[in-house]
Write a protein that binds this ligand. Structure first.
Ligand code: AMP
Length: 400
């Protein structure tokens, strides 16, 4: 049985999913929160529904013990459904990791070496890998990097116009993120359209709490909106996206903001949260419907930026065959889609209002019959993409 355990470790949380790759069904999933705090939360969704309990989880190794307890107590038993490999999400692989990689000690050291490029993420990802290798010492562990899909970007798309020795010394360039999602969604879109991915130019809009756009030509990323870190680009739940860097100098000089203050301001207190007080698109839309002017302005800023990137990527791709919406907002908010695509009919992108208003759970066309470019909603599945790449890296067939 080709069963893969997918793990996504954050600094204080860990998500997991057990997937049977013969038919790509999810056997169980779970979430462990507040690792290292006095009271942690363990949630396991198995064959008998959801089980939750509060207990102290001191570190990532303890999180894996809690996960294994979840499988033992609530099923399915890992003896009956033994994983053949563990796939780990890692945010930053820089130019070192071009593809999913089977973990050994030197891979761990290289991920550690990349921590300065992703201080909020890589250290936590590594803790998860170390905990998992101790919990499952006999299994192959595979790292799947958010950045690998974007290593195909040209220097023109990925270098900043920064002093070259400084940029090289500190490895500053645009690495992008959400790679597993952009890869998965562009392949699904090609399958839905019944055309070879190699022949298609696709603009993928991954719009969730984090958000990024990607220009995909022939299945390859040629440009994406996130940069050195996931802060650049679109307006997000709590992040500014694009901003004149001189705003930082200004706040430092005029208001005494420290580097940490600025980091917190731009990453945690901005975006929809900064503009309206809520990072949740559902709240912002509900307030806008009641006529709240601040919420309406926030939605317009959010849409304006998405429209900006659609236009840019249409130009970089030299036209497009499809625009594909995905992630929490992209899959669920007809209003966000309609607002961002308003006025793009001249490019051949025309929504069908009724199709756009549907609730969808699978790939769906939402463009008008006379739209030159297909507009689709395609639910993303990063965990499944990580599981597929994990098997690929180990060479284990999905139908073993
Ligand atoms: P993600 O990060 O992909 O899980 O997306 C999370 C975001 O999706 C949430 O913060 C919500 O703002 C947004 N979202 C989820 N469901 C809806 C919905 N029905 N309408 C509008 N936004 C939604």
């Amino acid at each position: 049985m080709s069963i893969v355990l997918v793990v996504n470790s954050g600094s204080s949380s860990m998500k997991y999913r057990l997937i049977d790759m013969r038919d790509e069904t999810v056997l169980a999933s779970g979430l462990i929160e507040r690792i290292g705090e006095y009271r942690g939360l363990v949630r396991h969704d198995g064959p008998n529904g959801r089980h939750e309990l509060a207990r102290r989880i001191v570190d990532h190794e303890a999180a894996f013990e809690a996960m294994i307890r979840g499988f033992n107590e609530h099923g399915p038993s890992l003896d009956d459904y033994p994983p053949v490999a563990v796939g780990h999400r890692v945010v930053q692989g820089a130019r070192r990791f071009l593809a999913p990689t089977v973990v050994d000690d030197s891979v761990e050291r290289d991920i550690e070496d990349l921590i300065p490029l992703a201080p909020l993420h890589n250290g936590a990802n590594l803790e998860g890998i170390r905990g998992a290798r101790r919990a499952f010492p006999d299994l192959p562990h595979v790292t799947v990097f958010d950045t690998s899909f974007h290593t195909s970007m040209s220097d023109a798309a990925s270098l900043y116009a920064l002093d070259r020795p400084t940029a090289e010394r500190y490895r500053i360039r645009r690495y992008g993120a959400h790679g597993s999602s952009h890869k998965f969604v562009s392949a699904e879109a090609a399958r839905f359209l019944g055309k070879p991915l190699e022949d298609l130019k696709i603009i993928v809009l991954h719009i969730g709490n984090g958000a990024s756009a990607c220009a995909v030509r022939g299945g390859v990323s040629i440009e994406t909106s996130m940069g050195l870190t996931p802060l650049e680009g679109l307006v997000m739940g709590t992040r500014t996206g694009d901003i004149d860097p001189a705003v930082l100098f200004h706040l430092h000089r005029q208001a005494g903001y420290s580097v940490d203050d600025l980091d917190e301001l731009l990453n945690k207190k901005s975006g929809l949260a900064g503009l309206t007080g809520s990072n949740d698109m559902r709240d912002v839309e509900a307030r806008a419907r009641k006529g709240d002017a601040l919420a309406l302005t926030a939605l317009e800023i959010y849409a304006h930026r998405i429209r900006h990137y659609i236009g840019a990527y249409h130009a970089q791709l030299g036209g497009a065959d499809a625009v594909v919406w995905t992630a929490g907002v992209g899959e669920n908010s007809p209003d966000a889609r309609a607002r961002a695509m308003r006025g793009l009919e001249f490019l051949g992108m025309k929504l069908d209002p009724e199709l756009n208003d549907q609730r969808v759970k699978e790939p769906t066309r939402i463009s008008a019959a006379d739209s030159a470019i297909d507009i689709l909603v395609v639910p993303t599945n990063e965990e499944l993409e990580i599981a597929r790449q994990t098997l690929q890296a180990t060479g284990i067939p999905a139908d073993a």
